[in-house]
Design a protein around this ligand. Structure first.
Ligand code: MSP
Length: 508
C-alpha cells in the first residue's frame, strides 16, 4: 500500500516561530499519529522556506550573510519540533541542494515544453521596500502610503508561467473533485476566484534586484520567484524516495490557499505531468484580541513559554480542543487555564489519581477482576462503545475539537460512576456483596481510564504512555485492539501516584 504522505507549509525564516506555526505542526502531527495508529505507513514532512526578498533584507539588517541568517532561524524552527512531540520523518530546507536541483529541473522542463515565456513586466516598484506594489496598495486618493518611499513605474523583461492557459482545466478538476479542499466552503471560494481570468505568473526576479534565490536554469541573470521555489519542496523532499508522490494531504493556513496552493500548485503539477495531491486541509488563524497572530502585528506568542510552563501535551490538547479546523480561534492565557484546570487537572488528572489511590488502598495495588455486571457498569460500557465510534468518525472528518469534547464527556462519566459507587464507602462494609461491588468498581474505573487514555494517544502521546505505565497496561497488538473494552488490566500492579498536570504557579 502506498504510504500516506502528509505535509505542513514550510515556514518563512524571517522571524521566530509563534503559536500559529506551532499549531500547524501539531495539527498535522495529530493526523499523522492517528493514521499510523490506524495502520497506515505515514510519511510526514515539514521544513523551512528560506529564499526571497524579505529574508535577504532581514539578513542585511543583522549584517550577516543570508546563508548564515537562514541557518540560524531554520535551526530554531527545527528545534521546536521535538519539544512539541512532532513525529515528522523529514525536514526540508529550500536552500538544500536536493531542493534546488528539483526546482531547476522542473523549470527547465516547463520551459522546454513552452509553458514559460519571456515578456515585459510593467509595475510600480518601491525601492525602499524592494517590492512591486499592487493597485490595492494605493491609498483611497490614489497615492502610495509613506512606508513605500519613492514609487516608480518599472518596465523590465521577466519570465512568465502560463497559468491562464490551464484555468479551464483547473475549474474542471475542482468541479469533478469536490472534496479536494477541506473545509468544503473553501473550495467554493476558489471556484469563485476562478471566475475572473487568471494572469500568467511572473516567476523570475532579476538578479541585480534579488540575489537570494535559485537561478533560472535557462537564464542565470534571474532567480526564481519564491512561491514557485517553495511549493516544489513537497516534491523535492521525496524526489529520491520512489512511491511517495503524490502527497495525500497538504496542511496549510487559509492565507496561502488562493492563489498559491489552490491555483499555482495544481497547475504546475498538471503541466509537469505529475499526479495531483489527494487534498488540502485548510486551517484558520490563531488571533489575539481578534487580529491574526503574526510577527508583523507584534502580537506573536512564543509556543515555548507554554510548553515549558505546562508541558507539550497540555499545549497540544489546548490547540486541538479549542480550534475548529478551518475557523479562527482567539488565544488567551485565561482560556488556556480554563482547559488546563478543568479538563486536564480536574477531570483527567483526578481520575488517574483516584484510580491509583483507591487500587492501592482497597486492593493492595493490584487491579482486581470485575465480578458484577450491573446497571452502572453497563452504562459506562455502553457510553464507551458510543464514544469510540463517534470519536473515530470525527477524527476521520478532521473534527478533532468535537471528538475531544465527546471523549471528555466519557471521562466525566467515569468520575460520576466513581461517585455513584463510592468505593470508599464499600471499603468499610463487611458484606461480601459490597466487597464484590468494590472490586468491580476498581476494575471498571481502571478499564475505562485505560480506554480514554488510548483514545488520547494521537493528541497527548507522552501522557498516554505515562498513564498506561502507571496502570501497568500490557502492550496491545493494535490500536483497535487497545480501544476494545476487556479485562486485560486484571492483575496489573499500579503505581502509587502520577502528577500529570500540576497546578500552575501563581503569576507574580
Ligand atoms: N512560506 C510560506 C509557505 C510556503 S508553503 C510551500 C508561508 N510561511 S509562514 O511562515 O508565513 O506561514 C507558515 C504557515 O503557518 C502557513 O500555513 C500559515 O497559514 C500558518 N500561520 C502563520 N500564522 C498563523 C496564525 N496566526 N494562525 C494559524 N496559522 C498561521 O506562508
Amino acid at each position: 500500500m502506498k504510504p500516506f504522505y502528509i505535509t505542513t507549509a514550510i515556514d518563512y525564516v524571517n522571524g521566530s516561530p509563534h503559536i500559529g506555526h506551532a499549531y500547524e505542526k501539531v495539527l498535522t502531527d495529530v493526523i499523522a499519529r492517528f493514521r499510523r495508529l490506524q495502520g497506515d505507513n505515514v510519511y510526514f514532512l515539514t521544513g523551512t522556506d528560506e529564499h526571497g526578498q524579505k529574508v535577504q533584507q532581514s539578513a542585511r539588517k543583522q549584517g550577516v550573510a543570508p546563508q548564515e541568517f537562514v541557518d540560524k532561524v531554520s535551526a530554531e524552527f527545527r528545534a521546536l519540533l521535538p519539544l512539541l512531540e512532532i513525529s515528522n520523518d523529514d525536514f526540508i530546507r529550500t536552500t538544500e541542494d536536493r531542493h534546488k536541483k528539483v526546482v531547476r529541473k522542473v523549470l527547465q522542463d516547463l520551459y522546454d515544453r513552452g509553458e514559460i515565456y519571456k515578456a515585459e513586466y510593467r509595475g510600480f516598484y518601491s525601492t525602499r521596500q524592494e517590492q512591486f506594489l499592487q493597485e490595492k496598495d494605493r491609498l483611497p486618493d490614489g497615492s502610495w502610503p509613506e512606508l513605500f518611499g519613492e514609487v516608480t513605474e518599472i518596465v523590465e523583461p521577466n519570465y512568465f508561467f502560463k497559468l491562464r492557459a490551464h484555468q479551464d482545466w483547473l475549474i474542471e478538476f475542482l468541479t469533478k473533485n469536490e472534496n479536494f479542499i477541506f473545509p468544503k466552503y473553501r473550495q467554493k471560494q476558489v471556484l469563485e476566484f476562478l471566475r475572473e481570468p487568471l494572469n500568467d505568473l511572473c516567476i523570475s526576479r532579476p538578479r541585480e534586484r534579488l540575489e537570494w534565490g535559485i537561478p533560472l536554469p535557462f537564464d542565470e541573470a534571474y532567480v526564481t520567484y519564491v512561491w514557485f521555489d517553495a511549493l516544489l519542496n513537497y516534491l523535492s523532499a521525496v524526489s529520491s524516495s520512489p512511491g511517495l508522490w503524490p502527497a495525500d494531504r497538504h496542511v496549510i493556513g487559509k492565507d496561502i490557499l488562493v492563489p498559491p496552493h489552490a491555483v499555482y500548485w495544481p497547475i504546475i503539477l498538471h503541466v509537469a505531468g505529475l499526479p495531483l495531491p489527494g487534498g488540502l486541509i485548510v486551517h484558520g488563524w490563531w488571533t489575539m484580541s481578534g487580529s491574526k497572530m503574526s510577527k508583523s502585528t507584534g502580537n506573536a506568542l512564543n509556543p515555548l513559554d507554554f510548553v515549558s510552563e505546562f508541558g507539550a501535551d497540555a499545549f497540544r490538547y489546548f490547540l486541538i480542543r479549542e480550534m475548529n479546523v478551518g475557523q479562527d480561534s482567539d488565544f488567551s492565557r485565561e482560556q488556556f487555564l480554563v482547559r488546563y484546570t478543568g479538563d486536564l487537572a480536574n477531570d483527567l488528572g483526578n481520575l488517574v489519581n483516584r484510580t491509583l489511590n483507591m487500587t492501592g488502598r482497597f486492593a493492595a495495588g493490584t487491579i482486581p477482576a470485575p465480578e458484577i455486571d450491573a446497571e452502572p457498569e453497563k452504562e459506562v460500557r455502553a457510553l464507551w462503545e458510543k464514544t469510540r465510534g463517534e470519536y473515530l468518525a470525527l477524527f476521520e472528518g478532521y473534527q478533532f475539537h468535537t471528538a475531544l469534547e465527546r471523549l471528555f464527556v466519557f471521562i466525566k462519566s467515569i468520575n460520576a460512576y466513581i461517585e455513584k459507587l463510592a468505593p470508599w464507602k464499600l471499603g468499610k462494609s463487611t458484606e461480601p456483596a459490597d466487597a464484590a461491588r468494590l472490586r468491580t468498581s476498581l476494575a471498571t474505573m481502571a478499564e475505562a481510564l485505560r480506554l480514554a487514555t488510548a483514545a488520547l494517544r494521537p493528541v497527548m502521546p507522552a501522557s498516554a504512555d505515562k498513564i498506561m505505565a502507571v496502570l501497568g497496561a500490557p502492550p496491545s497488538a493494535s490500536w483497535s485492539d487497545e480501544l476494545a473494552w476487556g479485562t486485560r488490566l486484571t492483575g496489573s500492579k499500579v503505581a502509587e501516584a502520577l502528577v500529570l498536570f500540576p497546578r500552575p504557579a501563581p503569576k507574580v
